[in-house]
Write a protein that binds this ligand. Structure first.
Ligand code: SAH
Length: 348
């Protein structure tokens, strides 16, 4: 017998094709799609479908749901969820409440192979990439478990989204679909460490989705020491790709810059950043580095952060200092890790 597949991995177009190929009218696909994203648990609960198509779905598919392994709530209300997948891997996502609604930070892979020296997610390397359905389920499980409706998504959790490009694109198309979750592309941000060829591909997708680039230094030598990807695609190549994106989409890029004491937070670093970004349609998001167990990096001092910010500001480049949420639950940028899941496996 063929192994059953996760129905959440199908785009509407794929679902339509399958429905038609198996002799059912095309409109059934829309009905199925709607039910999936209304979060029904079983095919039997898809009330307006005939028995025959329900049987067909049951024989070939399952409705992938993750299992809540752990939920931690920060003093500031931020919630971190650890979700178990069918193969006993686990992923983390973080729910944040803002004035304008709920935002979720989701993971794109189990582990990561980018090896950024300051990041916790990279420990243990890459286990595997998530399927589009598993990425969507992070959003669905978080809504289900917390009784909220999510309006903003940032793909800034564990993993490098552009190292899982095809599934990420499918995820975007499914979550954006008007018959499903209908989350607007403008409310979604993808963050990449700078996989240059994928920045070109992403630009050509012509989506309204936001792009963030983890820059962390405007100096090749420093960036390479922090982010090995810079040895493959250096800053010049990265900037060419960014210019291509900006020119073609007319959309602003966010450059993320984690400030690390004495490594990338000096005046010269700020000046190099200004030189690199001046005149570009962009925004700089400064993140005081979050300490990660076992790593030597220290947070910049308050006065250097302010000075750094001032230099950027005075050059006319837009800059913000990221508000920190969830640091007491290891839920802040770069702190997500899957260190619980080995002991927790038994529960799945
Ligand atoms: N792989 C993607 C997305 C995940 S990381 C990327 O690199 O962009 C999301 C952001 O958190 C990135 O900018 C990353 O560099 C940053 N980050 C990682 N570890 C951090 C830490 N310890 N403190 C602050 N930011 C960190």
């Amino acid at each position: 017998m063929m192994e059953k597949k996760n129905i959440k991995d199908l785009t509407m177009e794929e679902l339509e094709e399958i429905v038609v190929q198996n002799g059912f009218p095309k409109f059934r696909a829309t009905q199925i799609f709607k039910w999936i994203y209304k979060d029904v648990e079983s095919f039997e609960n898809m009330k307006n479908l005939p028995k025959k198509i329900i049987e067909f779905l049951k024989e070939n598919y399952y409705i992938g749901r993750s299992l809540l392994i752990e939920k931690q709530q920060s003093k500031d209300g931020t919630i971190k969820l650890l979700l178990g997948l069918h193969d006993k891997s686990a992923v983390e996502c973080v729910l944040m409440k803002y004035k304008h609604g709920y935002s979720i930070c989701i993971s794109s892979q189990v582990g990561c192979r980018m090896n950024c020296s300051f990041c916790a997610s990279t420990e243990g390397g890459l286990v595997r990439s998530l399927s589009s359905g598993e990425i969507i389920e992070e959003v669905m499980a978080t809504e289900r478990e917390n009784g909220v409706k999510i309006s903003n998504i940032v793909v800034m959790g564990i993993g490098e989204p552009f190292d899982n490009y095809d599934e990420l694109m499918k995820f975007l198309r499914i979550i954006n679909h008007k018959e499903g979750m209908n989350i607007g592309m403008r409310h979604i941000t993808i963050s990449t460490s700078g996989i240059v060829p994928k920045i070109y591909s992403f630009t050509d997708e012509n989506l309204q989705c936001n792009l963030a680039i983890s820059l962390h230094s405007a100096i090749d030598e420093v960036r390479s020491s922090l982010m090995p990807i810079n040895r493959k695609y250096n800053i010049e190549e990265l900037m060419k790709a960014c210019d291509y994106y900006i020119n073609k989409t007319n959309r602003r890029i966010t450059f993320e810059y984690a400030l690390i004491r004495d490594i990338n937070d000096r005046k010269d670093d700020a000046k190099a950043l200004v030189k690199l970004l001046k005149g570009k349609l962009c925004h700089v998001n400064l993140i005081p580095i979050n300490p990660v167990e076992g790593k030597v990096y220290e947070r910049s001092e308050h006065c250097s952060i302010e000075e750094f910010k001032k230099i950027i500001e005075e050059s006319g480049i837009q800059v913000t200092l990221r508000r920190e949420l969830g640091s007491d639950i290891q839920g802040a940028c770069g702190q997500l890790r899957k260190n619980h899941f080995i002991e927790e496996n038994d529960k799945i």
